[in-house]
Design a binder for this molecule. Structure first.
Ligand SMILES: C[S@@+](CC[C@H](N)C(=O)[O-])C[C@H]1O[C@@H](n2cnc3c(N)ncnc32)[C@H](O)[C@@H]1O
Length: 291
């Protein structure tokens, strides 16, 4: 008797990790129906895996302190990061660990909620909120261990930092997107600044204003984190050929002395004529105990 034909198993690309859900990767449109990766999804997967290498030890460090890790992903978009983290790390845990995705676009939130239901991921929630709104939301617990923000647009990264500072998060993993706010203040105050020092040439031309503004934004973010007692590491997410915005900032709370970074933060704001941005890049009141 002839045997019925069975479908040949699909040959998966080497990027798919053992135990990883192929169906989930297909639903996220990272893998095609026949198990292939296109150029764009290969880039996305590479970014998320690269981030995972940094995030996994942080998750383990939190676990060593207490059971139940809480992670908030800001500007989650389609939640590639959240779903892949859940599939690789959270799925097997039974200790109340939870990933929260924060995203303003309701249709993306609904789609992620649907996927979490479909794959029976009870430790995932998605909230249709802005990062700033989530800071006050009662739907999030008081203790958040890790905050991530991957290419969260414009000032959403700054809001994610403010959120993490309020929640006293142990770790932050940030890949900032373009931030236009600092460049706009540099542009507005250019007339007054230009006579002050030859170094103002650094942002005289409009293109340089934009690029320098973006660079300074990340410098101010790092100083702000240090001014709150965090140790900060700045590195590259992936090679320049894959993404133009690939600065990776990892902050770990170590209760480090705050005085010097606080003074530096103030000085940089003053030197660049950015004093009005003091509310955005706020420091802590330095008490003698943590100076
Ligand atoms: C460039 S996408 C990145 C998505 C995802 N993190 C990733 O890397 O695939 C930025 C996302 O942030 C969302 N977003 C922008 N501003 C936001 C805000 N203030 N609060 C919450 N989400 C925001 C946008 O709707 C968008 O989905």
């Amino acid at each position: 008797m002839k045997q019925p034909k069975t479908a040949a198993p699909i040959a998966l690309p080497p990027e798919v990790k053992p135990g990883q859900s192929v169906e989930l990767l297909q639903e996220l449109h990272i893998l095609t129906r026949d198990g292939k990766l296109n150029q764009d999804s290969r880039r996305k997967l590479k970014q998320v895996y690269h981030l995972y290498q940094f995030i996994e030890p942080l998750l383990k460090e939190v676990q060593a302190e207490h059971p139940g890790v809480s992670l908030v992903d800001h500007g989650a978009g389609k939640s590639y990061l959240g779903f892949i983290l859940y599939d690789l790390f959270f799925k097997g845990l039974d200790d109340g660990s939870h990933i929260y995705g924060i995203e303003t676009r309701a249709e993306l939130v609904e789609r992620s909620q649907e996927l979490a239901r479909k794959f029976d991921f009870p430790g995932m929630s998605f909230l249709p909120l802005s990062v700033a709104e989530s800071t006050e939301s009662k739907e999030l617990p008081d203790r958040i261990d890790i905050v991530t923000a991957l290419h969260a647009c414009n000032t959403a990264t700054d809001d994610a930092i403010a959120f993490a500072l309020k929640k006293k998060a142990k770790f932050m993993v940030l890949v900032p997107c373009c931030q236009a706010e600092v460049a706009s203040v540099l542009r507005k105050n250019k007339g007054q600044s230009l006579g002050k020092s030859a170094l103002t040439e650094i942002w005289r031309h409009p293109l340089h204003t934009r690029e320098f503004g973006s660079q300074v934004t990340n410098v101010l973010r790092c100083l702000q984190l240090e001014a709150h007692g965090y140790q900060v590491n700045v590195t590259e997410l992936v090679g320049w050929e894959h993404s133009m915005k690939n600065e990776l900032i990892i902050a770990s709370y170590k209760n480090l002395p705050r005085r010097r970074p606080t003074e530096r933060l103030r000085e940089v704001l003053e030197t660049l004529g950015l004093e009005e941005m003091g509310n955005r890049f706020f420091a802590e009141q330095v008490a003698a105990s943590n100076a």
